[in-house]
Design a protein around this ligand. Structure first.
Ligand code: GDP
Ligand code: MG
Length: 600
């Protein structure tokens, strides 16, 4: 297949707009080949980009169409960018019943930045409530596209899919590439096979990659020999070679997934090449501690996490330990959806039973002479005004986009203000009263928000307060100075280490009170009085007291009655004696403690 007969493209869309269905329909498959992971099938989202090659005839010639799947969520924007780097075009798919949504906009921007051909496609035109004309207009005005270029399809019934394939052949430029130039093969993804080792997904920028080639990595300078090359059709099908512009896989004597550096350029040993522009490294933006429910399971958990992380290189791992929870790992994720997906995969694929502490974002501590980034509240300075040479604390910000029917605009603005939103602005997605507009017009609301506000209950509130109509996405907006404080909790003066948190100064009293109360509800009475204090700097900002137990009820010493129901009480009481955590002279039932920490 010479270059001019190859098209490399992806489908970009908001979740549920029909990307997988269209991919299946175009490739003549009837099961969802592209969403391979269980969590992807269950949640209907794509997490890891997949590739499939289709062969179609146009103008009497067989063409090779390489579909490179992209995740639809901003948490995976990095994966979107890296999939698109192998493409010359993208189908921008919008559901004709829903219209443009927040993620349609964010993925469109990623594609625009890469300067690739965008083909607008309206999907689900078979549905009675579809309003293709109106949505087509909306798409064109939102993205600055031509109405005449819009394609109308039903991925489900297959209607219009042939026109989509034809448009791919006609409108998307073939990859440029020179078979006689030195080899440059971009590694854009990898997977691991127990028998063959690392399988690398590659797009050939120039030159030819053949079985038996001796190649080397620009990143590590390590040398390899290619033992297999092929295309994904849709599973691996080996071929003798990959030509420039082609997308496929190769297997070489690479043993460890860590050697497959995403964005690396492979070249032929002995040939000097300028490496291709790689990818901006992923940056974890949400951190959480992951602990085994049973502390004896730590090594097994760590092993599972490490193995899972091999298939998802955007997760960062460090060890963490806490007196309350024992040994665990501190993991960094791209966002909260990413965190949920990872947790679910850990449970599904490794049968792990874990506790995840509430997420924190990375803060920058700006000292006079240096800046450090911390991702664990424990590392946050207790006091920083006028001491320790700290100039300021900075927190990560995001530019959020919310799309919502106009009747919910007020609610959404409220929600943003109560989450420290700034620079709020809105505009109509379509003109009110415009011809054909018989449904309520929708509004795009943009605001700058602290990421820490977004990673908590924001998404749930958004859905709740818009009756499920709002769609939401955000992108990185750098760091800004903030007024955050570290809050710790003490039991009779002894700190609970796993329970340090970083709180905005305006929320100190509310949050202090809330958590002191939560603790009061799970700590059993002792023979002495127990004081629970929320502390910021040297100030106590909230306090609860558990009064001492009368001497004659010592039978309930290890009772967890304030926390457990009666039926649980007896069984738990026995194990309870073993599973107690000590903070100073105070004993806590472990299970209760876990519930508080994992924010249940
Ligand atoms: P993705 O999240 O973009 O990959 O979306 P999916 O392909 O998983 O589709 C989401 C839902 O929309 C599924 O229930 C599909 O069956 C349905 N769907 C996709 N395309 C069409 C279509 O053209 N017509 C109808 N009626 N339903 C569709
Ligand atoms: Mg999908």
């Amino acid at each position: 297949f010479p270059c001019q007969l190859i098209r490399n493209f992806s489908i970009i869309a908001h979740i549920d707009h029909g990307k997988s269905t269209l991919a299946d329909s175009a490739s003549g498959q009837n099961k969802q080949v592209l969403d391979k992971l269980k969590v992807e099938r269950e949640r209907g989202i794509t997490v890891k980009a997949q590739t499939a090659t289709m062969i179609h005839e146009f103008y009497g010639q067989q063409h090779l169409l390489n579909l490179i799947d992209t995740p639809g969520h901003v948490d995976f924007a990095w994966e979107v960018a890296r999939s698109l780097s192998a493409c010359q075009g993208a189908l921008l798919l919008v559901d004709a019943t829903q219209g443009v949504q927040a993620q349609s906009i964010s993925v469109f921007h990623v594609a625009r930045e890469r300067n690739i051909k965008i083909i607008p496609v309206l999907n689900k035109i078979d549905l009675p409530q579809a309003d293709p004309e109106r949505i087509a207009n909306q798409m064109c005005s939102t993205f600055g596209l031509e109405l005449a270029d819009v394609l109308y399809v039903s991925a489900k019934t297959g209607r219009g899919v042939d026109q989509v394939l034809q448009a791919i052949a006609d409108r998307i430029p073939p990859p440029k590439g020179d078979a006689s130039s030195p080899l440059k093969a971009l590694l854009f993804d990898s997977s691991y096979d127990r028998y063959r080792g690392v399988i690398s997904l590659t797009s050939i920028n120039s030159g030819v990659l053949r079985k038996g080639d001796k190649i080397a990595s620009s990143h590590s300078r390590k040398r390899y020999e290619v033992v297999e090359v092929g295309i994904m059709h849709p599973e691996e099908v080996s071929t003798e070679l990959l030509l420039p512009g082609q997308v496929g896989y190769f297997v070489c004597n690479m043993k460890e997934s860590s050697e497959a550096h995403i964005g690396d350029t492979f070249y032929r040993q002995g040939e000097k090449v300028e490496p291709l522009e790689g990818f901006k490294p992923t940056r974890a933006m949400v951190y959480a501690g992951v602990f085994p429910v049973d502390s004896n399971d730590f090594l097994k958990l760590e092993e599972s996490i490490k193995r899972l992380a091999l298939t998802d290189r955007s997760v960062t791992i460090q060890r963490e330990s806490s007196t309350a929870l024992g040994q665990g790992c501190r993991l960094g994720f791209l966002g909260t959806l990413h965190m949920d997906v990872f947790r679910q995969r850990l449970e599904d694929e490794y049968d792990a039973n874990v506790i995840i502490t509430s997420p924190t974002v990375p803060y920058k501590i700006v000292y006079k002479d240096r800046v450090i980034t911390i991702s664990n509240p424990t590392d946050f300075p207790d006091v920083y005004e006028s001491t320790h040479n700290v100039i300021e604390i900075q927190e990560p910000m995001v530019n959020a986009t919310i799309i919502v029917p106009q009747e919910f605009l007020g609610e959404m603005m409220d929600l943003c203000s109560s989450h420290r939103g700034q620079n709020m602005d809105h505009r109509y997605l379509e003109l009110a009263g415009a011809a054909g507009v018989d449904t309520a017009p929708r509004v795009i609301l943009t605001a700058k928000l602290p990421l820490s506000e977004v990673v908590t209950d924001f998404f749930d509130s958004l859905k709740h307060r818009s009756s499920g109509y709002a769609s939401f996405d955000y992108e990185d907006a750098g760091y800004e100075a903030c007024n955050m404080k570290k809050m710790t909790f003490q039991l009779n003066g002894k700190p609970i280490d796993a329970l340090a948190m970083i709180v905005h100064h305006s929320a100190i009293h509310d949050i202090g009170k809330l958590w002191a109360k939560k603790l009061k509800d799970v700590i059993p009475r002792h023979l002495f009085e127990v004081a629970i204090q929320a502390v910021v700097g040297s100030k106590v900002v909230a306090r609860e007291t558990i009064s001492a137990m009368r001497k004659d009820v010592t039978a309930g010493l290890y009772g967890v009655s304030s926390y457990l129901s009666d039926s649980q009480h007896l069984t738990r009481q026995k194990e309870g004696k073993k599973k107690m955590k000590r903070i100073g002279s105070i004993e806590l039932p472990q299970a209760a403690f876990f519930d508080v920490l994992s924010n249940k």
